[in-house]
Design a protein around this ligand. Structure first.
Ligand code: GTR
Length: 400
């Protein structure tokens, strides 16, 4: 029954003819012409389609969730205050919980904007949570700098110097990134450790996105954090999670998705670089089971990823690509952004302002923005500089 996926195509002349679902037409064929109609009719429908066909249905917020600050003190040459936070998902012993490392700029006496994302820190330099939590794979909670997600200390110093904080957590706390054990976190806890996987049940990406929202629950209560300026950020698989969290959770003020590719910002129907079949084969635990019906069958998908970006409107969104990252399909990420733009326009949040792929290392758009960096797959220092400048421009209240 399991067919081998069609190999990745990198030849633009071999992209199949495809048509994208119109963001501004409902499933029933009704045209959306006002802001009010978008939010009442089409956006909820889009959210549901992504839950049922792509990422699976997420658990809602948990009333009982309360974060506890376990440690607080100077870090990073005293340029930051680091808080180590633990969020228990239930008061019962053995219930899953997540650890968050929050770095805030030292010496700032007003609430700051904060980036939140999965695994912005390295697995290889563990700083155990107080209590020495060991996650399913036997790795401890990390807190070192990750060269792929956060290129070096100069980047984090830049973030802090600009007045931003950064909060991160290990994906394994929510769902280990492994096809056999992914349900050992919140997924198994939520379904009573069922061994049967339902068609629309969430996978690891859904659980990571949910983790971003649980981090927001806590961050919004920290007086040092500005709850109106929490930015979800992610690179690659974590960029997919950032988008999925961003559309679902309107407390997230802005979303940055860096080289998130297939199942993230890139259009699936172009079948360029990584495809639905290829991603489902390598990562069967990321999406819902239903998504497998679209393996080499993208034409049948009732959504494409431009709708995910559109659903974030009017909140700012920035999609980043790298020209050497064909696997993530930079053109497809651009086209997705471009096709989300009419929704931004409709809701009064401006537009991308172009239909042409921009020159390398050039940001286009404003609240809906895109850039393609020269180079390879990474959340590079250059990308962070772009994102920081962009946040300075588009976040609410930055002007005061
Ligand atoms: C790749 C995967 C991509 C992307 C990437 C990453 O192996 O095919 O979809 O998520 O991993 O997260 O680095």
């Amino acid at each position: 029954m399991t067919k081998e996926p069609v190999p990745a195509n990198y030849d633009a002349s071999k992209i199949p003819a495809y048509s994208l679902p119109d963001p501004l037409t409902t499933l029933a064929g009704e045209k959306i012409t006002t802001n009010e109609e978008w939010f009442r009719k089409r956006r909820p429908e889009v959210l549901l389609l992504f839950a049922e066909h792509v990422y699976g249905n997420s658990l809602g917020p948990l009333d009982s969730v309360k974060g506890r600050v376990l440690q607080e003190g100077p870090a990073l040459d005293s340029k930051a205050i680091r808080k180590v936070i633990r969020i228990d998902f239930a008061p019962t012993a053995g219930a899953p919980y997540m650890g968050i490392h929050l770095y805030l700029p030292a010496g700032v006496n007003k609430p700051v904007p904060v980036f939140v994302g999965v695994n912005l820190f390295d697995k290889s330099k563990p700083i155990p949570m107080p209590g020495g939590r060991v996650v399913a794979e036997g790795k401890k909670i990390p807190a070192g700098l990750d060269p792929q997600m956060l290129p070096g200390e100069e980047t984090i110093f830049r973030i802090l110097a600009k007045g931003y904080g950064i909060a991160t957590f290990h994906p394994g706390d929510l769902a280990p990134d492994d096809a056999k054990t992914y349900a050992r976190g919140i997924i198994g806890f939520a379904n009573g450790n069922s061994t049967e996987r339902k068609l629309n049940e969430w996978g690891a990406l859904g659980a990571w996105a949910w983790g971003i929202s649980r981090a927001v629950d806590h961050l919004a209560t920290d007086p040092a954090v500005d709850p109106e300026r929490i930015i979800a950020i992610g690179h690659s698989r974590n960029g997919k999670a950032a988008l999925w969290a961003g559309i679902q959770d309107t407390r997230i003020a802005a979303v940055i998705s860096n080289q998130s590719g297939c199942g993230g910002a890139a259009l699936s129907k172009r079948q360029f670089g990584e495809t639905v079949a290829l991603i489902n084969k390598r990562f069967p635990h990321w999406f819902c089971e239903k998504f497998r019906e679209y393996d080499d069958n993208e034409a049948k998908l009732p959504v494409d990823q431009h709708l995910l970006i559109a659903g974030i409107a009017p909140r700012p969104v920035h999609i980043g690509s790298a020209d050497g990252d064909g696997w993530a399909d930079p053109q497809g990420e651009f086209l997705s952004t471009m096709n989300a733009s009419p929704v931004y326009e409709l809701v009064g949040a401006g537009s991308l302002g172009t239909k042409e792929f921009p020159p390398i290392n050039t940001v286009v758009g404003n609240k809906i923005a895109y850039h393609c960096r020269a180079g390879q797959h990474a959340l590079a220092d250059y990308d962070w500089m772009v994102y920081l400048d962009w946040c300075d421009k588009v976040l609410p209240g930055k002007e005061e």
